[in-house]
Design a protein around this ligand. Structure first.
Ligand code: C2E
Ligand code: CA
Ligand code: CA
Length: 556
C-alpha cells in the first residue's frame, strides 16, 4: 500500500471512522529486564493505519488531536483495545503481562477519564495488575492538585502509575517527591551528551534517587548494548527500546510473548525506621549531609538472598579511602565483588548474612584487585563494617563503612616474609643478620637474632632499644651510634669488632648499604659473625653457641 501523509483536515475528518473501524489501534513495545533477558511488560503505542493512505505518524496526528481536544477519545479507544487484547490472552490462556497505556495531559481535565477506563476494565473483566497508566511530567503543569487527584483515583482502583519522560521537564525531582508514582520512565534521548559524561552523572543520581525511593525505573529509547549496559551499571535493569524490540503489531507481539520468558518487576524496597527514604536523596536534606560529610568512608549496596549485590551509593570519603582516583560512577560500575581475592567473596557474604541475622554491625577484612583508569591495578585490603538498614522480601539494603588497611597488612606481611627469609639465610650461614631502614630507623632482625637475643620482629628507633637492654655494652654505645650515623649519611660499607651482650662476646659486625637510583641510602644490611668462628673457620665447625638471653624489648 502507498503511504501518503494525510493533511490535518483529512485526519480530523476521518477520525470518527478510524476509531469505529479500529484504523487507530495499539502496537506493543515489550519491556525487558536486561539482567535476565526476560520480558517484564509492554507499552501500548497508538498507531493509525488509514485504509487508503497507509500508516500515519504519531508525531503528526497526536499533537493535532491534542490541539483539537480529541486525543481523549483516541486514548480511551486505545485503552479499550488493550482490554480486548488482554481479554483474548486470558481466554486463550496466553501468557499475560502488564500493559502500560498512555494518558495525555488533556485527559486529566476530563474528569470522566478515570471512571471511563475503570468501567472498561470491569466490562472486560481484566485484573487491574495487568494495566498501568503512563502520565507525563508536563501533565503537572496544568496543576499539581489536579494531577495528584487523578493519581490517587487511579491508585484507589489499583492501577500502577508510571511517570513517562521523566527528566524532560523542569521540575523533575520535585515532581517525584510530590507525586506518588509507582514506576519512573527515563528516556535516553533526554540525556544530553554521551553515555558516561555529565548527562550520565545526572542520570545516575536520578536513578539512585528513584531506587532509594523504592521506585523501579524503566529506560526507554535504548538502542545500543552500550546504553543498556550503562543503565545496568547504574542498577537500572528495565529496558524498552529498539535494542530489544520495536513496537510490534498484535500478532507479532503474541508470538514474542510465547517465545520469551517473563517475570514481574521487583517490589519496591521497604525501609526500616532508621532512614527516611524521601530525604536521603534530597541534596539539601540532613540525611545527605550526614552521609556525605559526617560519616567516614561509606557505601550503600543491596544484597539479595540469592547472593546478588549491587552498589547503590558511595560517598566522597569512600572514594578517597579506596585511593584509586575513581569517580563515584566508576566505583559503582566496577562491581567490587567481582574483584575479591581468594575466598574474599565467601568471607564477605558470610559477614552480610551474620549482619542480616543479628541486626547488628558485623565486620570482615578482604583483599580486592582494583583497576582504575588513572592508577592501574592495585591490590587493597579493606576492613568493612556492615549493617542492614532496609529489607524488602529477599532483598536487603546494607550500609558499609570501610577502612583501607592495605598498609598495615603489607607491613605485617613484609615482617612475616623477611623473618622467614632471614631465618633460612642465617640458619645456613651461621650468621646473625638484620635489615635496617634508614628513613624510618626500623630494624628487622633475623630469626636467629630473635631467638637468641629474644628480639621482636620489628624494632623502632634502632639501635637505642638494643643499647638500652644491653645487647650493646654501655661503653660501646657511642661508638655504635656513630657507626649508625655514618650509615644514615650514606657510607656504602662499614665494619667493626664489637663485643655484644653482657657476656661481651666479640662479633664482627658488617654493614652494606643499598642506595636508590638518585644515590640516596635506603637500607643497610647488617650481619654479625662470631670472631672465634671466623678464626676457626678453616678448622672443624664449632658447636652451637647459645648467647645470653636478654629480656624482651618492649614493643612500641
Ligand atoms: P512515548 O510515550 O515516550 O513513547 C515512546 C516512543 O519512543 C514511541 O514513539 C516509540 O516507538 C519510540 N521508541 C521506542 N523505542 C525506541 C528507540 O529505541 N529509539 C527511538 N528513537 N525511539 C523509540 P511513538 O510510538 O512514535 O510515539 C510517540 C509519542 O506519542 C509517545 O511517546 C507518546 O507521547 C505519544 N503516544 C503514543 N501512543 C499514545 C497514546 O495511546 N496516547 C497518548 N496520549 N499518547 C501516545
Ligand atoms: Ca509513554
Ligand atoms: Ca516516554
Amino acid at each position: 500500500m502507498q503511504t501518503r501523509r494525510m493533511s490535518e483536515r483529512e485526519l480530523l475528518d476521518s477520525l470518527e471512522i478510524a476509531l469505529q473501524d479500529s484504523h487507530i489501534y495499539p502496537c506493543f513495545q515489550p519491556q525487558f529486564n536486561h539482567s535476565t533477558g526476560r520480558m517484564v511488560g509492554a507499552e501500548a503505542l497508538m498507531r493509525w493505519k488509514d485504509p487508503e493512505n497507509g500508516m500515519q505518524y504519531p508525531s503528526d496526528f497526536i499533537p493535532l488531536l491534542e490541539r483539537n481536544d480529541l486525543l481523549y477519545l483516541a486514548d480511551v479507544h486505545i485503552f479499550k483495545m488493550v482490554c480486548v487484547f488482554l481479554r483474548k490472552c486470558l481466554d486463550q490462556g496466553l501468557p499475560l503481562m502488564p500493559i502500560s497505556v498512555n494518558m495525555s495531559r488533556y485527559d486529566i481535565y476530563k474528569h470522566e477519564y478515570v471512571d471511563e477506563i475503570e468501567a472498561l476494565r470491569i466490562k472486560y473483566d481484566i485484573p487491574v495488575k495487568y494495566l498501568r497508566i503512563e502520565v507525563t511530567e508536563s501533565s503537572a503543569i496544568g496543576g499539581m492538585e489536579l494531577m495528584k487527584d487523578v493519581i490517587s483515583r487511579l491508585h484507589k482502583h489499583g492501577y500502577l502509575v508510571e511517570m513517562d519522560d521523566f527528566g524532560s521537564g523542569y521540575s523533575s525531582l520535585n515532581i517525584l517527591k510530590d507525586l506518588n508514582v509507582d514506576i519512573i520512565k527515563l528516556d535516553m534521548k533526554f540525556l544530553c551528551g554521551e553515555v558516561g559524561d555529565r548527562g550520565g552523572i545526572i542520570l545516575n543520581s536520578v536513578v539512585q534517587m528513584a531506587r532509594w525511593l523504592g521506585t523501579p525505573v524503566i529506560t526507554e529509547g535504548v538502542e545500543t548494548m552500550e546504553q543498556a549496559d550503562f543503565m545496568k551499571s547504574l542498577g537500572c535493569n528495565y529496558i524498552q527500546g529498539y535494542l530489544y524490540s520495536k513496537p510490534l503489531e498484535e500478532p507479532a507481539f503474541i508470538e514474542k510473548i510465547g517465545q520469551i520468558e517473563h517475570e514481574a518487576m521487583t517490589p519496591a524496597m521497604e525501609f526500616i525506621n532508621t532512614v527516611d527514604a524521601g530525604k536521603f536523596w534530597d541534596p539539601a536534606s540532613m540525611e545527605t549531609l550526614i552521609f556525605s560529610n559526617l560519616v567516614g568512608a561509606a557505601a550503600i549496596f543491596t544484597y539479595k538472598d540469592s547472593g546478588e549485590m549491587e552498589v547503590v551509593r558511595v560517598n566522597k570519603k569512600y572514594l578517597r579511602e579506596i585511593g584509586m582516583n575513581m569517580t563515584e560512577q566508576e566505583t559503582i560500575a566496577i562491581k567490587p565483588w567481582d574483584h575479591f581475592r581468594d575466598d574474599g567473596l565467601k568471607i564477605f557474604t558470610n559477614t552480610i548474612r551474620r549482619a542480616i541475622a543479628s541486626g547488628e554491625e558485623e565486620s570482615c577484612e578482604t583483599w580486592r584487585d582494583i583497576c582504575s583508569k588513572s592508577c592501574g591495578d592495585a591490590q587493597i585490603c579493606l576492613l568493612t563494617e556492615l549493617r542492614v538498614i532496609g529489607t524488602a522480601g529477599n532483598q536487603h539494603l546494607i550500609y558499609a563503612m570501610v577502612h583501607n588497611i592495605t598498609k598495615e597488612k603489607e607491613l605485617y606481611n613484609e615482617v612475616f616474609n623477611s623473618d622467614r627469609r632471614f631465618r633460612y639465610a642465617s640458619e645456613q650461614a651461621k650468621i646473625y643478620a638484620w635489615e635496617y631502614t634508614i628513613s624510618t630507623k626500623q630494624m628487622r632482625p633475623c630469626f636467629r637474632c630473635m631467638r637468641d637475643l629474644n628480639l621482636p620482629p620489628l624494632i623502632y628507633n634502632y639501635p637505642e632499644p638494643l643499647i638500652e637492654n644491653g645487647v650493646f655494652p654501655p661503653d660501646y654505645a657511642d661508638m655504635y651510634r656513630e657507626m649508625m650515623r655514618k650509615i644514615d649519611a650514606g657510607v656504602p660499607h662499614i665494619e667493626a669488632i664489637i663485643p655484644l651482650t653482657v657476656g661481651r662476646i666479640p662479633f664482627h659486625v658488617r654493614y652494606t648499604t643499598e642506595f636508590d637510583e638518585n644515590g640516596h641510602p635506603l637500607k643497610a644490611y647488617g650481619s654479625a659473625t662470631l670472631v672465634v668462628d671466623e678464626q676457626q673457620q678453616t678448622k672443624a665447625a664449632t658447636g652451637r653457641r647459645v648467647l645470653y638471653r636478654h629480656p624482651r624489648i618492649r614493643k612500641r
